[in-house]
Design a protein around this ligand. Structure first.
Ligand code: F6P
Length: 319
């Protein structure tokens, strides 16, 4: 293995830069060349590739986003797109590719591996929706961003004695909602993994009010119910004043937390070591405190478990 390519793909996540830095510096330390591929699989198809050195990843460990830029690539899902990418890989003499992204990106990597290209995936997404790993790079930062917003919203919600519905990202996963909800003491957490009905939500609010509560935060994960529709129904059924805050892409930015930087550094270094030891078609993961790796097909076939125990705890503690 003389030359490794690295790219970021899908939605960006804080800590991706720390992962790129770890890949580049671990490879160079082991006398391996690194090529940075810009704009995910789009850049691979188009040959948007440049050599990276130790200095090119200086001053980035603390920065959100990704210096390589990122994109979602429809063309890569086609045989023609894959063939174009394979040609570029041959032209640039790339011996293995590290893909930092979510499971859509891993599917792309897996398809590329069928051409005989060694690939390793590093889970980078705020959603924490990759089954083989306890945590993905960017999740901790996103949760802290939501928590910071929640704390601020709590101030004004209490002053006005209102309900605030905070809509968070997560695609089809409720982890951002769950972790931010538990750590922020939300009155209720609505996630795609657990069926809910508006009457139950209203009952929680009314019971709280009867016990003297004056502020109510509901965390709603995207992919459940339209927050504005929910607000209207809650207002009608409880008589409480309701506001909605959709946090949106603010959750994808910001300086990564220490936890994300450490996770990214460990995963990036592990990915390089896998390629250097001749292993390929792997996804790096963290289980407990251990960095491990899985076969890419196995990783893609695993089903993400929602933490029902934590969800129940959040319910109990928010009475
Ligand atoms: O996967 C990360 C994520 O931020 C999801 O939480 C969200 O559903 C989606 O990406 C938003 O994508 P886009 O950046 O294309 O709006």
């Amino acid at each position: 293995m003389k030359t490794i390519g690295v790219l970021t793909s899908g939605g960006d996540a804080p800590g991706m830069n720390a992962a790129i830095r770890a890949v580049v510096r671990t490879a160079i330390y082991n006398k391996v060349r690194v090529l940075g591929i810009k704009r995910g699989f789009n850049g691979l198809i188009r040959g948007e590739i440049e050599e990276m050195d130790v200095a090119s990843v200086g001053e980035i460990i603390h920065r959100g986003g990704t210096i390589l830029h990122t994109a979602r690539c429809e063309e890569f899902k086609t045989e023609e797109g894959l063939k174009k990418a394979y040609n570029i890989i041959k032209i640039f003499g790339i011996d293995g590719i590290i893909v930092i992204g979510g499971d859509g990106s891993f599917r792309g990597a897996r398809d590329l591996s069928k051409f005989g290209v060694p690939v390793v995936g590093i889970p980078g997404t705020i959603d924490n929706d990759i089954a083989c790993t306890d945590f993905t790079i960017g999740f901790d930062t996103a949760v802290n961003t939501v928590l910071d917003a929640l704390n601020k919203i709590r101030d004004t919600v209490t002053s006005h004695e209102r309900v605030n519905i905070i809509e968070v990202m997560g695609r089809n996963a409720g982890d951002i909602a769950l972790y931010a909800g538990l750590s922020g003491g939300a009155e209720d957490i609505i996630v795609p993994e657990i069926p809910f009905n508006v009457d139950n939500v209203c009952r929680i609010l009314i019971e709280g009010k009867n016990r003297g509560k004056v502020s109510y935060i509901l965390i709603v994960a995207e992919g459940t119910k339209n927050s504005f529709q929910l607000a209207k129904e809650v207002e009608e059924k409880t008589g409480l004043e309701v506001r909605v805050t959709v946090l949106g892409h603010i959750q994808r930015g910001g300086s990564p937390t220490a936890a994300d930087r450490i996770l990214a550094s460990r995963m990036g270094a592990h990915a390089v070591k896998l390629l250097l030891s001749g292993k390929s078609n792997r996804v790096v993961a963290i289980r407990g405190s251990q960095i491990v790796d899985y076969d890419i097909d196995e990783a893609l076939s695993m089903k993400k478990e929602f933490d029902h125990e934590m969800y129940e705890l959040a319910k109990i503690l928010s009475i």
